[in-house]
Every structure is written in C-alpha cells, then in structure tokens.
Design a protein around this ligand. Structure first.
Ligand code: B12
Ligand code: SF4
Ligand code: SF4
Length: 307
C-alpha cells in the first residue's frame, strides 16, 4: 500500500510524499502554546481554535494510524513586471486550495480501490494541522530559521498537504539534520524583523499577515516604510535563502502565472475596478483579501514606501 500511495501521489503531480506514524505532537504542543501565549498570531483568532485537533491527528480522523504528507512545487518560471506592487509567488497561479483539494480527493478515491473502505481525510492549509511539523516528521526536509520547511534538493517554494488515514503504512525516518548552519540571511533581510531566534516567526509582524490575514481597514503606522513594495504576501525570507537556488519551475499547469499577475503595471492595479477584480481573480489566492484589502495594501505601500 505504501508503494501504491507514493506512486499514485507522484502520478497526480505531487513532487514529494512522506509518511509518518500518527501520534500526539507533544513537543509541538509546547511550541504552539508558547507562540499563542506570546500573541505571535496577532489577530489570526482562528489559530486559537481547535488546539486539541491541531496536535492530535486522532481527533481529526478517528483511529488515525498514518499521516501522509504531500508537497507540490509552485516556483514559477516567470516573474512579475518589475515596477508593479509585489505579489508572493505562491499566488501567481490558480488557488492552491482548489487545485490540491481536487488532487487529494482523487488520491483517496484511488487508494480506496486497493485498500478497501478506509477512513481518510485530506487537508491543505486551512485545517487545524501542523503541516510543516508533519513534513519534517515524514523526512521531507528541515524547518529553517525562516520557519519554512526546506527540502535539501529543491528548496522551500512548496505547498504542503496532508492525508490522515486509519491504516498502518511503512514510515519514513524523520528529517533530523538542519542545514541552516551559521547562515542568518533570512533574519538579516526580513523587512519587518518578524523572524525571532529559535525558528519562531512573529506572525503579527509578518508582511504576509498584514497584507493577507489582517482584516482591519488600516495597516498600523508602525509598519510605515517597511513593506518593500509587497502588496500581497512576502517572499523575502525565501528569496534570500541559499537553498532556493535549487528551485526549479513548477510543471503544474494550474500554477502557471495568470496574465494579470505578470503584466499588470502599477497603474493597472490603481485603476482596477471591483467588478474586474472579482472576475480576474476568481480562481486566484489573491481573492482572499477581497477588493478592499488590495486597495488598502496599495494605498499603504504608495504612501508609506518612502520612510
Ligand atoms: C498561520 C500561518 C501563517 C501566518 C503565521 C506564520 C507562522 N510561521 O506560523 C502568516 C500569515 C504570517 C503566514 C505566512 C506565510 N506562510 Co503560512 N501558514 C500558516 C498556517 C495556516 C498555520 C501555521 C501554524 O500552525 N503556525 C503556528 C506556528 C507555531 O507553527 P509553525 O510555524 O508551523 O511551527 C511549527 C513547526 O515549524 C515546529 N517547529 C518549529 N521549530 C521547530 C524546530 C524543530 C527542531 C522541530 C522538529 C519543529 C519545529 O513547531 C511549530 C509548532 O508546532 C500554515 C498551514 C498549516 N495548517 O500548517 C501555513 C503555511 C505554514 N504557510 C505557508 C506559506 C507558503 C507562507 C508564506 C511563505 C506565504 C507568503 N509568501 O507570503 C509566509 C511565510 C512566513 C514565514 N516565514 O513563516 C506554507 C509553508 C510551506 C513551507 N514550505 O513551509 C504553509 C504550510 C501552507 C501550505 N499548506 O502550504 N502563514
Ligand atoms: S515573509 Fe517577509 S515579513 Fe514575513 S517573515 Fe518572511 S521576510 Fe519577514
Ligand atoms: S536563509 Fe539561511 S538561515 Fe534562513 S532558512 Fe535559509 S539557510 Fe536557513
């Protein structure tokens, strides 16, 4: 079954697949609790919910035995027009939630053809699952100082998804090495100082948080001059990471950059109407901020780029 699952996952376009025994994440529970207690989640209230589920796959899938972690490369072959407000690379193409959810459904269907009526649920991003931890436990890479899961051969521009099942499988060894060494490039280059010691990210200071997750009408003035022209998300701590020099462009057709992301000029963004926004970004991760969020971000970087 393990071989069938890994082969099927590869056939569906997942670049990596690793499997770990389902267990309660005791150490991560401590780290997550400390992160929440320090308020490093800012106003992302959803991170306070379902603590028990987040640290115990058995609470998400009754009788859970195995956690299958799948990773998909999203590194684009092309870049945005240089003077346009910057968009994180994960948002260049179609919404990964939609793309990967379909693939997970298909993977479960195909597994059931061989394994019978097993109990399994697939998750990507929005569920209470510590995805980076499971990726590390499944041998797919280490958690870098920038908080991201880094694969030694392919870098960190990957989405992570998990599939929790109630069958025993063959388990991969956890990735126990750490190849960050004495490098501090991500910490030195983070525009807002959001990377703390010990692989802890202050979510409440991250540009990705301000530009995507924060629903307030205004971005705090303390961030004035710090956004380095990022309008949606931020890639700085990954762009400067030496392990990303091994990134290869994705072959997933759905992650191919949409025309607007590549070619919109500053002016096109400024003049974008709500109607066009809804139509152009209907299947893009950018729709998450809604039109008002994009307008707020644009206004902020326009008036605050110069310190
Ligand atoms: C909330 C969230 C955010 C928040 C908070 C960030 C954060 N670091 O938590 C914000 C909005 C800021 C954010 C930003 C980004 N995010 Co985000 N985010 C999430 C989400 C939904 C939950 C993460 C979480 O649980 N945080 C709580 C903290 C405490 O957990 P953690 O950072 O994962 O750390 C755990 C492990 O790393 C582990 N750990 C930490 N140190 C160590 C050390 C050792 C030795 C070990 C073994 C374990 C370990 O313990 C921690 C607690 O359990 C996940 C999806 C998911 N369900 O997991 C995506 C996710 C982490 N994000 C992702 C991405 C792509 C990003 C961005 C790159 C997007 C962008 N370009 O703008 C940035 C990167 C910012 C950064 N440097 O981390 C990807 C990461 C892919 C990867 N290769 O790692 C994920 C997995 C989504 C996905 N399904 O692909 N994100
Ligand atoms: S995504 Fe940007 S703001 Fe967030 S930690 Fe990385 S470099 Fe800092
Ligand atoms: S930039 Fe350096 S310290 Fe940061 S994650 Fe990459 S290798 Fe690790």
């Amino acid at each position: 079954m393990t071989n069938i699952i890994k082969r099927t996952a590869a056939g569906l376009g997942f670049n990596f697949c690793g499997i770990a025994r389902a267990e309660v994440l005791t150490e991560d529970a401590r780290r997550l609790e400390a992160w929440l207690n320090k308020g490093l989640h800012g106003k992302m209230q959803y991170m306070e919910n379902y603590f028990d589920l987040r640290i115990d796959p058995g609470k998400l899938v009754p009788g859970a035995k195995s956690v299958i972690t799948l990773m998909m490369n999203y590194f684009p072959a092309e870049r945005q027009n240089g003077e346009a407000p910057k968009i994180a690379k994960y948002a260049y193409g179609s919404d990964y939630h939609e793309v990967i959810r379909e693939k997970l459904k298909e993977l479960i269907r195909l597994i059931k053809l061989d394994a019978g009526d097993i109990n399994g649920r697939g998750f990507v991003d929005s569920a209470p699952v510590l995805e980076r931890t499971w990726a590390q436990k499944s041998g797919l890479g280490w958690i870098g100082k920038n908080g991201n899961l880094i694969n030694k051969n392919s870098g960190s521009f990957f989405f992570i998804a998990t599939l929790i099942v109630d069958i025993e499988l063959e388990y991969d060894d956890p990735f126990t090495k750490d190849f960050c060494g004495s490098c501090t490039r991500c910490i030195d280059n983070c525009p807002t100082g959001a990377i703390l010691p010990g692989k802890v990210i202050d979510g409440s200071k991250c540009i990705s948080y301000f530009t995507i997750e924060l629903k307030d009408a205004l971005i705090p003035g303390t961030m004035k001059g710090k956004f380095d022209n990022w309008m949606f998300g931020c890639d700085t701590c990954q762009d400067v990471c030496p392990w990303n020099r091994f990134s290869k462009p994705t072959t997933e057709i759905d992650f191919k950059p949409i025309d607007a992301v590549l070619n919109f000029s500053n002016n096109d963004w400024e003049e974008l109407t709500e109607e066009s926004f809804k139509q152009i970004f209907k299947h893009s991760p950018i729709k998450r901020t809604k039109y008002a969020g994009i307008k707020r971000n644009l206004q902020f970087i326009k008036t605050n780029n110069a310190v």
